[in-house]
Write a protein that binds this ligand. Structure first.
Ligand code: HXC
Length: 513
């Protein structure tokens, strides 16, 4: 047996040594090899490789002369913090990591194992796309991967890490995953490369301009996380996995309670200004509420007017959605609705409770938004919340106006626990705007319109906008001291831990896409 193992190790070294030039090129581009990446991602010594001996069986175009073992992808299983995951890492030094039939079948094999064992699936992508020499069999290979991506969606977490080119078909597998990581300067993700773009449209564009990490992290929203180098990127993949359940039937990995149920956070009242229009950073509020002030923000550079983050409160994993008053006053727009909707659906699929922090002036008005389909995209967020059966807690931090109040996990769409601070404003619209509409004639006829407006605004605020109005009608469950928010949320999560809600049987709903 020892001899067999030694022979195997020798073969593995020979595979790498035979391509030393390609490996040097990979390093000179600031990229690591597939095996080096797996070493960074997985617990030391945990990797179990499968199909190392596999080779393509293609003929023609000189393919018989090159039949390297692995066929340009290292596949298998390992552990992250002792928990099992299934992985593949494309090897750009063999056929540019391109995907032919054998390559695709190896990826499909680990996907099948990930699904049947209920383990997260992680793909490290570095590939020129469909292997040109294998023609339609390469395309067929992608189809089998997409089919499995979709079957596994909502059953096991799927993570796509882009560490080099990821062109053509490979881009769709990334889009079907739950999370996409990219690295600045080396990662490129697009359906058609710059040459094709120029040939078809005449537009001259670089790889980075077309599909670099900056573009996907800030404009298209394809990249969930963007990193400066592979080390920090793969470290963050490990951190993400540490907060995810292995599958939809397992609980998210909890840590022991840290006594949050009795914590007070007096700084919260200082962070949030009383004036409804003064900006502040909602991330500071989140840091006060979560354990160790530590949270993992998704899409940090895209749709920044809403924050989506994973964190722990009293050891329990929670998904946090919060309006960000620092960006566009925290309004909901097309991109923010898409970002938050997908996150809510992910958390719901994997049993992660939702905490929604509300400080929202409304939906962004204007022709741009209407023409871009804010009704359709806003409906995605509405749909996602209405459908979510995980424990749901809403905290109204400052203001909650109009349709955006309803959408941000209000009582009417099914939140389990709604908490409000005493300084809140919950209403159809702000007091000034409301008074201008309902008292237009009196104000126009008044001898001193400013004085009249001030009095009417005060009356309206006291009667209709104060959270007591909502609390007296059961739309808010409790009005709490801001300092007690962390403890109230921790107690709420404990109260809702055993929540079970079964959907009415149907094939599937028709979520507005
Ligand atoms: C076969 C490929 C390949 C491919 C690269 N190589 N892409 N071999 N099929 N798709 C090989 C190269 O021939 C080269 O081999 C080696 O990989 C390294 O490639 P270079 O071009 O030298 O590297 P670089 O300069 O870094 O450029 C990387 C690249 C470029 C940008 C990815 O190779 C490229 O544009 N490739 C083609 C991309 C593409 O159009 N793919 C098809 C997508 S269509 P040697 O022997 O010289 O080292 C698709 C459809 C699927 O995927 C649709 C499913 C729905």
């Amino acid at each position: 047996m020892r001899r067999l193992r030694e022979e195997r190790d020798r073969l593995r070294d020979r595979i790498a040594a035979g391509r030393s030039q390609a490996v040097d090129r990979q390093h000179s581009l600031g990229k690591r090899t597939a095996r080096e990446r797996l070493d960074l991602l997985l617990d030391e010594g945990s990797f179990i490789e499968i199909d190392m001996f596999r080779r393509h069986q293609a003929h023609g175009l000189g393919m018989e002369r090159q039949r390297p073992h692995t066929d340009g992808v290292i596949a298998g299983s390992g552990t992250i913090d002792g928990r099992r995951v299934f992985v593949y890492a494309q090897d750009f030094t063999i056929f540019g990591g391109s995907l032919g039939e054998a390559h695709a079948l190896k990826i499909q094999k680990v996907m099948d194992l990930a699904l049947s064992t209920g383990s997260p699936f992680i793909g490290l992508n570095d590939s020129g796309g469909a292997r040109i020499q294998e023609g339609v069999m390469s395309l067929n290979g992608y189809g089998g991967i997409f089919q499995r991506n979709v079957q596994a969606s909502g059953v096991i977490p799927q993570i796509s890490v882009v560490l080099g080119p990821c062109a053509g078909g490979a881009a769709y597998s990334t889009a079907l995953a739950d999370f996409t990581f990219m690295v600045h300067d080396t990662a490129q993700l697009y359906l058609t490369g710059p040459d094709v773009v120029e040939a078809v449209t005449g537009e001259s564009v670089t790889h980075a301009q077309l599909g670099g990490a900056q573009v996907h992290g800030t404009r298209s929203g394809v990249a969930t996380f963007v990193h400066d180098d592979e080390e920090s990127c793969l470290e963050e993949v490990r951190y993400l996995v540490s907060m995810l359940p292995s599958n939809n039937l397992s609980l998210p990995p909890a840590l022991p309670s840290c006594g949050a149920a009795t914590d007070t956070r007096p700084r919260l009242a200082e962070i949030v200004p009383a004036e409804p229009n003064k900006p502040y950073d909602m991330r500071l509020v989140i840091a006060e509420l979560v354990d160790d002030e530590d949270f993992l923000e998704l899409h940090e550079g895209w749709a920044r007017n809403v924050i989506c983050a994973l964190a722990r409160i009293d050891g329990e994993v929670v998904g946090i959605v919060g309006n960000q008053p620092m960006v566009l006053a925290g309004v909901l727009d097309v991109a923010a609705s898409q970002k938050a909707a997908r996150f809510v659906r992910f958390c719901d699929a994997f049993g992660i409770p939702l905490l929604t922090l509300v400080d929202v002036p409304g939906f962004l008005p204007g022709t741009d938004q209407e023409y871009d389909g804010i009704i359709r995209h806003g409906a995605k967020l509405l749909y996602a919340y209405c459908e979510a059966s995980v424990p749901r807690i809403q905290v109204i931090v400052r203001k909650a106006y109009g349709g955006a109040y309803i959408v941000m996990d209000s009582r009417s769409i099914g939140t389990d626990l709604s908490l409000a601070w005493p300084t809140n404003e919950i209403a159809v619209m702000g007091a000034e705007a409301a008074v201008n509409v309902i008292h237009r004639r009196e104000l126009a006829a008044a001898a001193d319109p400013a004085a009249l407006r001030a009095r009417l605004v005060e009356e309206y605020s006291e009667e209709l906008v104060h959270p007591n109005y909502a609390a007296e009608r059961g739309l808010v469950d409790d009005v709490i001291d801001p300092a007690d928010t962390r403890s109230a949320v921790a107690r709420g999560l404990a109260m809702l831990r055993d929540k079970r809600k079964h959907a009415t049987p149907r094939k599937h709903g028709n979520v507005p896409l």
